[in-house]
Design a binder for this molecule. Structure first.
Ligand code: PMV
Length: 316
């Protein structure tokens, strides 16, 4: 029986989350924690051997519906903590889209997969940007809505009157530590919280504009390999995200504990719990500081491949 294997990486956001939902710039890097899955045709939908109602999972349901709802048995194994702000649901959508497209002899171009996975995310969350799904599909580093060289442009995505230009970026070797608070936080309600704040308050729109501005400065710092400047901007961004109401006591504790040993630190992803990211050249010190405040640290490797798909079980 034909079985298809796929994997897709998680990501972290260096700068620009939440503001990117409104078409502002953002920078995200794929990281060495992946979502693995396989699919093969079956009499009914199954996940890891158990029969399931696929409609209960909006990401899977959306992608299955693009493949005529033909039932499949799915095996999945994620190395990305769920609800951690590290793009686990985007990686699931990307890997599932890739595997289903391959099984049904549809195109498995990264662009097609990124677009279908974004639609699945949007359907599930009721909003959001194509940042996570594009970072996971392409891998390496991506920037959204920045003016760069035409040859670096990967693809454009539009939805409900908003559009995003997605480009690849080169990121010099830098050391990042992720600190997971252990508190799960769903992305949808946090995106909705910011939307409500923005709709009722001009000040929130100014903060979103400022995050966009900081992100452009951050991209220039990356291009000139200026870790000091990039770190300062990350810490500044954390303050702005806190004002938008998406930080938490746990996140603030981990950020404060890390700042003395780093160039900068901030929450990453949706916030409300989830994870923070630190730019540092003292990763062991930072890990110790995060652990001492109850967080779970890990040093990430960037520069990793995007989605992979194969008909052999050799996917890493
Ligand atoms: O927490 P994550 O990994 O789902 O990242 C969300 C990033 C946001 O900018 C808050 C939302 C989005 O869709 O871009």
């Amino acid at each position: 029986m034909n079985e298809i294997f796929a994997s897709a990486p998680g990501k972290f956001v260096i700068l620009g989350e939440h503001a990117v939902v409104y078409g502002k710039p953002a920078i995200a890097l794929a990281m060495n924690r992946r979502f693995y899955l396989s699919v093969r045709r079956d009499d009914e939908f199954k996940i890891n051997g158990d029969a399931v109602d696929i409609r209960a999972n909006p990401h899977l349901r959306y992608i299955a519906s693009r493949n005529d709802m033909v039932p499949v048995s799915i095996h999945m194994d994620s190395k990305i903590p769920t609800g951690s702000g590290l793009g686990s649901s985007a990686a699931l959508s990307v890997a599932f889209s890739a595997a289903m497209r391959a099984l049904n002899s549809r195109s498995i171009s990264k662009e097609e997969i990124a677009k279908e996975a974004f639609e699945a995310e949007y359907f599930s969350q009721g909003g959001g940007s194509p940042m996570d799904t594009s970072a996971s599909a392409n891998g390496y580093g991506i920037a959204l809505n920045v003016h760069g060289n035409e040859e670096d442009r990967l693809w454009d995505i539009s939805k409900n009157g908003r559009s995003w230009k997605i480009s690849r970026i080169d990121v010099p070797s830098m050391t990042f530590v992720i600190g997971y608070t252990g508190v799960r936080a769903a992305t949808g309600p946090l995106v909705e919280k910011v939307r409500k704040y923005k709709d009722g308050n001009r000040f929130a729109s100014d903060i979103i504009d400022e995050i966009g501005q900081i992100t452009l400065e951050g991209l220039a710092a990356i291009e000139s390999n200026d870790v000091v400047k990039l770190g300062e901007l990350m810490t500044e961004d954390h303050k702005l995200l806190s004002i938008l109401g998406v930080s938490s006591n746990e996140l603030n504790r981990l950020v404060s504990a890390s700042v003395p040993y780093s160039y900068g630190a901030k929450l990453t992803g949706a916030g409300g719990g989830g994870s923070m990211v630190v730019l540092t050249d003292r990763p062991d010190k930072v890990c110790e500081a995060i652990r001492s405040r109850g967080g779970m640290p890990f040093i990430v490797k960037t520069g990793v491949d995007g989605v992979k798909v194969s008909n052999k079980n050799e996917i890493d």
